[in-house]
Write a protein that binds this ligand. Structure first.
Ligand code: SF4
Ligand code: ZN
Length: 576
């Protein structure tokens, strides 16, 4: 499994080594902006990658961070010296001083009716817990029934963990770029069309996240007076598509709330550090991990701490071959201790009297330890933690899809795309006409022709050719596209009903289409599989008889013609 890059650190962790003005890179103590940065207000958020190309779509939390930053009238709770990423809005933000927030808190407190609101606002202004430990949340109740082996001993041990992690992160930070966001404010994103959002998101996958991000922006602008909710609880409750992780990340990084976050990387780190071997996806383990994250988060620097934990999982405590020798929390890691003990036991050099901490040895009672049926695997080392959940295989579906192209004079060919419904899988994206199909060739052709005619009018059925297939795995569906092509002469009359478009090839490549559609189009173009960038999510197969010479061997003219094979495959010979 490839480690995920931490979602939030891209925004907040990296310092540039050279600004556009050629400033010398400065890494200062405590993560403070350099004097030059403070003076210029130069910001540190690299966002171009976020919106285009370089970022996995799951980083919706990162987008929210940027938008939270751009929200007008935001009273920040974390002083500039505690934050790495600054932007030009900081000056504006600081015009609403904390004193004003506190005055408002006092006023609200004097009113019985305002008590509830007071609690919310004051907690936003002062999120830190007084005793050096973050405020406990409901899951902390769980601690009473958890073996001490899976917990931190005391506040001192928690402090060592925090400081080790934060020091490690400080030494790693680099700064990489400037602010280049297409929609720099919530208002900008709220007023964009779904089509524009999909177009920009195209190729990143998880398309519902782009849509949800925009829905959230609209909600903030239209219903919340332009103010992003500022606590994890209100973020999760009020914004569509914001779950517990995203809410905690925004609240801690953008608003300084001392709230922990648990993503896949943090799951791995915490399971190893506290030797949690039970199924990490179970409710019990999940609760324990959130509880630990809440206990560990640094009340003074919650955003930095959360990013450091995620980054540790992404770069050091990786799924395979973790770099324990470079790990800042190795001395506190029970998985590492367990590996050392097992090695000593194997070499039979462990003294019988050695005091090695274990969890309920030989009882098999602990619900956070691996069940007795799953013994320690010497070959895995620390990667015995966390235990992988058995995943349900994705549902298999089949679709027949057709690239319908109308040839015109001077190579000005156009292809037909239709828009998917505004909800469900790939909502609002454009695709070639398709039908859900049974694997049988005859049924596929008939259904597909009917679909094509419903969009484009009468069509010559004999020209419909089966070209190959594309298998694409979405998060929960493995979809096999049987790819067909149909090329029309220029004079063939075609219709363009609402929900359909005829696009040139150039327009197709910049349209809001999914990666799967681009693969389908490549099959239509007849490129050899080796010319496609394959991924784990997509497989392209073209019948050997259709494989064409490399582009260098093709004539220019061939680029402007559809590449329909002359051979008749089994599917093509089926009854029209
Ligand atoms: Fe992960 Fe190894 Fe560090 Fe433990 S010591 S947290 S297993 S990298
Ligand atoms: Zn246990």
């Amino acid at each position: 499994m490839t480690p995920r890059v931490p979602r939030l650190s891209i925004l907040w962790v990296r310092r540039t080594s050279a600004s556009s003005s050629g400033a010398t890179p400065v890494v200062e103590d405590g993560g403070r902006p350099s004097p030059r940065e403070s003076l210029t207000g130069r910001t540190s958020v690299q966002t171009s990658r976020l919106w285009r190309g370089g970022v996995g779509s799951e980083r919706v939390g990162a987008h929210w961070l940027l938008l939270a930053d751009s929200s007008p009238g935001v009273a920040r709770t974390t002083p500039p010296s505690k934050r790495w990423a600054r932007d030009a809005t900081w000056e504006t933000i600081m015009k609403k001083p904390r004193a004003a927030v506190e005055r408002r808190c006092r006023k609200q407190a004097s009113s019985k009716a305002g008590r509830k609101k007071h609690a919310l606002t004051c907690s936003q202004a002062k999120p830190s817990a007084p005793d050096g430990l973050a405020e406990p949340q409901e899951e902390v109740v769980l601690q009473a029934s958890v073996s001490p082996y899976h917990q931190f001993r005391d506040a001192a041990e928690v402090t060592v963990f925090r400081e080790s992690l934060l020091s490690w992160q400080r030494a790693r930070w680099t700064w990489t770029g400037g602010r280049m966001l297409k929609w720099p404010t919530l208002q900008d994103l709220a007023s964009a069309s779904l089509e524009e959002v999909n177009q920009l998101w195209a190729g990143l996958g998880y398309y519902s996240r782009g849509r949800r991000l925009q829905e959230g922006a609209r909600k903030v602008v239209e219903e919340l007076g332009g103010h992003v909710p500022r606590t994890a609880e209100t973020l999760q409750r009020l914004l569509p598509g914001v779950g517990r992780y995203t809410a905690g990340a925004i609240a801690s990084i953008a608003f300084g709330q001392a709230t922990g976050v648990v993503d896949g990387n943090v799951v791995r780190v915490l399971c190893r550090v506290r030797a949690i071997g039970a199924d990490a996806s179970s409710t019990l383990v999940s609760q324990q991990l959130w509880s630990l994250a809440q206990q560990l988060v640094d009340p003074a620097r919650p955003g930095d701490f959360n990013q450091a934990a995620m980054e540790l999982g992404a770069t050091v405590c990786t799924p395979q071959r973790p770099l324990c020798s470079q790990c800042p929390v190795q001395s506190l890691c029970r998985a590492h201790q367990r590996v050392e003990r097992e090695q000593l036991l194997t070499s039979q050099s462990l003294p019988g009297s050695l005091d090695v901490e274990e969890c309920a040895p030989n009882t098999g009672q602990c619900q956070l330890c691996a069940p007795p049926t799953e013994p320690w695997d010497q070959t895995l080392g620390v990667a015995n933690f966390p235990r992988k959940a058995s995943r349900r295989p994705p549902r298999e579906e089949c679709s027949a899809i057709c690239v319908l192209e109308q040839l015109r004079a001077l190579g000005d060919a156009r292809i037909l795309l239709v828009q998917r419904p505004n909800s469900g899988l790939l909502a609002g994206l454009w695709e070639f006409p398709s039908v859900t199909a049974a694997p049988s060739g005859q049924c596929q052709r008939k259904a597909l022709l009917q679909e094509l005619r419903s969009w484009a009018g009468p069509l010559p059925a004999s020209r419909l050719q089966h070209l190959g297939q594309v298998v694409h795995t979405f998060s929960h569906i493995k979809l096999t596209y049987q790819v067909y092509g149909l090329a029309l002469e220029g004079q063939t009359p075609v219709t363009t009903p609402s929900g359909a478009r005829w696009l040139t090839r150039e327009e197709f490549h910049t349209a809001a289409v999914s990666t799967a559609m681009k693969k389908v189009f490549r099959v239509y173009e007849g490129q050899q599989p080796g010319t496609c960038k394959s991924s784990r999510r997509s497989q392209v197969s073209i019948p050997a008889s259709r494989k064409r010479p490399s582009p260098g061997q093709q004539t220019l003219d061939s680029f402007f013609r559809p590449h329909i094979p002359t051979d008749a495959s089994r599917l093509n010979s089926a009854t029209q």
